[in-house]
Design a protein around this ligand. Structure first.
Ligand code: SF4
Length: 423
């Protein structure tokens, strides 16, 4: 039997999909790429924004119709992820055979199998062995360390959909890191819902990262998003003494306006955030610094948005993820007055996206003429090796052979291309 996964949303969802795929494989299934014909399609949905939620639900509704139109047998469709916990999906979703809540996520393969057996669903007339050429090729592995969050930022549905923090046991994480490294992955991406919540006894995230880098087999380690005003200063110290950790931090800012941050129930001020960035830059001058920004949060005036622009301009960000605010039913912010009109939210997002391009290019230019290490993920049609540097810069490397895919290579860029990539 074949199973395909269609994943929406964050790296944590991607990490969980990889675990689902491993569980199905252990149970004797063949995992096929998302668009390949399959007996079972698992939609791993996201509810963080209205758009992401709708994309997942629309995909779920259309799977059977798409298969029919292609002359294929309709697959069994399972929907899992935050989208199942959010209001919109609590009702039955047309075209979906099975909703799996977060209590069942860890047993997804067994639950699907049980439903198929109960329905006596026949094995479809598909070849048993998948074509090896359509198996996904992966160069970096996601290493999930925890799930859930109890910060309850006012706009965020995640603590409601994923629940309170649960950390994976210390030894289990280390064992998995060693196994992934031995399996040949060139980069492990440490990820979680809110990694600052990681705990095993008295040990927190900085302790875990120190233990991970001390494993000889572990190659390059990349960190997912870290909440500001938690343990980032300890992590910066660790990064400065360990070349295995990529020189990249993602510190979600959301707004550069103090009053907006208070309404968002964030745990820092613009001043304390700036102090963290300054401390990071003193220790790691070449650090790539990414952030998330929400525009059009209720009550965000022209003046408060102007403060955000000014603040973002003042800091050395290398990338911005910009999200127009979207109200999530069940959150405190969804009840706040002074909604910002959609057209204003869109215009503000575009302004920040223009700033993002300037920042990205300025950061990339710093690396021209200097050697950078790039994890080659694919070869493009012009024969360049494409991948990401430690500081998370998009790179196009000449003279790369197929055998170097998945490897880290050193190259010295001579410029920044139109797309913003180092070339
Ligand atoms: Fe959501 Fe805030 Fe928790 Fe991040 S820290 S998952 S934004 S509640």
């Amino acid at each position: 039997m074949r199973v395909a996964f269609k994943t929406f949303g964050c790296r944590l969802n991607q990490a969980e999909t990889e675990q689902f795929a491993a569980d199905f494989t252990s149970a004797g299934w063949h995992v096929v790429p998302p668009a390949a014909p399959a007996d079972v399609v698992v939609i791993h949905g996201c509810a963080v924004t209205h758009t992401a939620e709708q994309q997942g639900l629309q995909m779920a509704r259309s799977i059977k119709r798409t298969a029919r139109m292609a002359g294929q047998q309709e697959p069994f469709v399972a929907l899992v992820g935050c989208v199942v916990e959010a209001d919109a999906a609590r009702r039955a979703v047309a075209g979906v055979d099975l909703l799996v809540t977060r209590d069942g996520k860890d047993r997804l393969a067994a639950i699907v199998q049980a439903h198929l057996s109960a329905r006596a669903l026949p094995a479809h007339a598909l070849p048993e062995l998948p074509d090896p050429s359509i198996r996904p090729r992966r160069k970096r592995a996601l290493l999930k360390v925890q799930d859930g969050c109890d910060f309850f930022c006012s706009y965020c549905i995640v603590p409601h959909t994923r629940g309170l923090p649960v950390s994976r046991p210390w030894q289990q994480v280390l064992d998995e890191a060693r196994a992934l490294s031995q399996a040949g992955f060139s980069e492990l991406v440490v990820t979680g819902c809110n990694m600052a919540c990681y705990r095993d006894g008295t040990r927190g995230l900085p302790d875990l990262l120190a233990a991970l880098v001390s494993i000889a087999e572990v190659p390059r380690l990349r960190l997912g998003s870290i909440e500001p005003a938690t343990s980032e200063l300890e992590i910066i110290e660790l990064m400065s003494s360990c070349s295995k950790i990529c020189r990249h931090l993602h510190l979600p800012l959301q707004s550069g306006d103090a009053a907006t941050l208070r309404r968002m129930r964030r745990r820092y001020t613009p001043e304390s955030y700036a102090a963290i960035v300054q401390a990071a830059m003193r220790r790691l001058p070449d650090l790539g610094l990414g952030t998330d920004l929400i525009v059009g949060f209720p009550g965000e005036s022209d003046e408060s948005f102007a403060r955000t622009i000014q603040f973002v301009e003042s800091l050395p960000f290398s990338n911005l993820h910009v999200f127009p605010y979207s109200a999530r039913p069940g959150t405190t912010a969804a009840e706040l007055p002074e909604a910002v009109p959609p057209a204003v939210r869109k215009a503000r997002a575009q302004e920040l996206l223009r700033l993002r391009e300037e920042k990205r290019r300025a950061f990339a230019l710093q690396f021209v003429g200097r050697p950078v290490d790039v994890l080659i993920e694919r070869l493009d049609t012009d024969g360049f090796g494409c991948g990401w540097s430690g500081a998370y810069l998009d790179c196009r490397v000449p003279g790369i052979s197929r055998s170097q895919r998945g490897r880290i290579v050193r190259f010295t860029p001579t410029g920044v291309g139109e797309s913003g990539a180092l070339v």
